[in-house]
Design a protein around this ligand. Structure first.
Ligand SMILES: [Zn+2]
Length: 242
């Protein structure tokens, strides 16, 4: 090869390495790599970067504000014995029972950190590539009511609640509930129950209170959550004062 041609080739090679500046060099941002299968056929294998990319996308559209995105397990302060137990159970849920399609309910008074823990669970699941959505209960009801005259818009609001694999309803049943509220709640809970999609619920109500408010909703929640109903013990809350 003559010198000039050699130089040209070297220059081209150099340029192509600069162009090789992919976010994921392993798959060159394709999202998959090729491996040899059993019959010597090339098969596409999803790249590890794919779930990371999905996690970033899911975090963007999960409905959490930036302040809420800081509510992780690491920043959850455990001051009482029941908070320690709740954190432990929640972590265990993220590793195990979530995979078994179970839901989780956090029940306790104001100031126990239910919301923080619920968000920590959600963020952990998002990191695992799960599609999650956060809604505050009263805002959810208001949005559904406001959109009721506009069928298409109402359907969109409903889809936001039914499509994500995990829906976190914060402050469930806060305030007075009307018959039309119950109607919405039943539709959401029942659809998710039938399609095997999980819920994270934080509520000041006990399961007994929810069951006596509406048995159909309560019994579905009990079945969906199974062992994962966490009560923040009132007495334990005063632990730090003793
Ligand atoms: Zn990749």
């Amino acid at each position: 090869m003559d010198k000039k041609l050699m130089e040209r080739v070297q220059k081209l090679m150099k340029e192509s390495t600069v162009k090789d500046n992919y976010n994921c060099p392993k798959c060159r941002d394709l999202g998959y790599t090729f491996e040899m299968g059993e019959d010597n056929n090339e098969i596409a294998v999803p790249c590890q970067c794919l779930s990371k990319k999905r996690a970033v996308e899911n975090l963007k559209k999960c409905g959490l504000s930036d302040v809420f995105k800081k509510k992780t397990f690491e920043s959850y302060k455990t001051l009482t014995t029941s908070q320690i137990a709740a954190k432990h159970k929640s972590l265990k849920y993220c590793k195990g029972d979530f995979q078994n399609k179970k839901s989780i309910i956090l029940s306790g008074r104001c100031g126990t950190g239910k919301t923080h823990l619920g968000i920590a669970i959600m963020l952990n699941l998002i990191e695992q590539g799960v599609n999650c959505r956060y809604v505050e209960y009263n805002n959810m009801i208001i949005s559904l009511k406001q959109s009721v005259m506009d069928e298409l818009n109402h359907l969109k609001e409903m889809e936001k609640l039914l499509n994500p694999l995990v829906l976190f309803i914060d402050d469930f049943l806060k305030g007075k509930t009307t018959d039309s509220d119950l109607n919405y709640i039943y539709r959401i809970i029942n659809s998710r129950y039938l399609s095997n999609k999980q819920l994270i619920i934080s509520t000041e109500k006990s399961m007994e209170e929810i069951l006596s408010w509406d048995e159909a909703v309560g019994s579905r929640l009990v079945e969906m959550a199974g062992e994962n109903i966490i009560y923040f013990d009132e007495n334990s809350l005063n632990y730090r004062l003793k």
